[in-house]
Design a binder for this molecule. Structure first.
Ligand SMILES: [Zn+2]
Length: 252
């Protein structure tokens, strides 16, 4: 989970949200409750929140990833437009732009009708999740601190430490360790270099290896919160950053 920035509301929603909401609330009244609306009528009244313009704007702002687990919804199933505050409880927010997120089916199903107002979870458009989570191998955990309770609730409600994410995190971890080994090799070569020219060449190699490993933690990369954690906790990465900085300072 990473911080997201909400783009401007799509025109289709600006123009129609009020009428769509009104029609939906009329159905709730007519059938005396959201859950009693016949499914065909409910679907007809609701389908517009998944309009392509809405889905695409959310997808782009979410870097094509699920706003909760940072998986690629297209890889794990059909991507969904998710209601942060569930539409079954907060039906008046069914077409509210700030209530919509891009999500994978698994997170959406796990979250289901969880009452986010009674028991808040992290909305990545509102709260920066960057400092909320930590990991033990491939398990996500809430970090100690002011956001511990909400982070812990987010993990359990969205299933962010569920088995479904193990293999994706495992694959990232394997990749990360391989890049880290390349970085270690580049560092060791750098320490062995004697001539100015060799030192320069090997510093460039460290720089290349750093760029490669940092790609994994870019916001557009899969599970980038996990990769950022791995980078922050990699002694080799920290050493390489420090050495390269020192070398650059000495040779400016
Ligand atoms: Zn997800």
């Amino acid at each position: 989970m990473i911080k997201l920035t909400r783009p401007p509301e799509p025109a289709i929603l600006c123009e129609n949200a009020e009428n769509w909401t009104k029609a939906m609330l009329e159905l709730v009244e007519k059938y005396d409750g959201y859950n009693k609306i016949p499914s065909s009528e409910k679907e007809a009244a609701l389908r517009n929140y998944r309009h392509d313009d809405i889905r695409n704007a959310l997808r782009d702002s979410s870097f094509g990833k699920c706003a909760f687990c940072e998986g690629i919804p297209a890889e794990t199933g059909f991507p969904e437009v998710e209601h942060f505050h569930p539409k079954s409880i907060y039906t008046d927010k069914a077409f509210e732009w700030t209530n919509l997120l891009y999500s994978c089916k698994a997170c959406n199903n796990s979250k289901l009708n969880h009452d986010t107002q009674q028991e808040p979870i992290i909305n990545p458009y509102d709260l920066d999740p960057g400092n909320c989570f930590t990991y033990t191998d491939i398990m996500m955990e809430a970090k100690a601190g002011v956001n511990h309770v909400i982070a812990d609730k987010t993990i359990s409600v969205c299933g962010l430490s569920a088995k479904r994410l193990f293999s994706a995190r495992g694959a990232i971890l394997v990749n990360f360790r391989a890049f880290e080994a390349d970085l270690r090799e580049a560092l060791d070569d750098f320490y062995l270099a004697r001539s100015t020219q060799n030192k320069m060449k090997r510093a460039a190699k460290i720089n290349d290896a750093l760029c490669t490993i940092e790609e994994l933690a870019k916001p557009s990369a899969k599970l980038s919160n996990y990769c950022s954690y791995l980078l922050e906790n990699s002694a080799t990465y920290q050493e390489a950053k420090r050495r390269l900085q020192e070398y650059t300072d000495e040779n400016m």
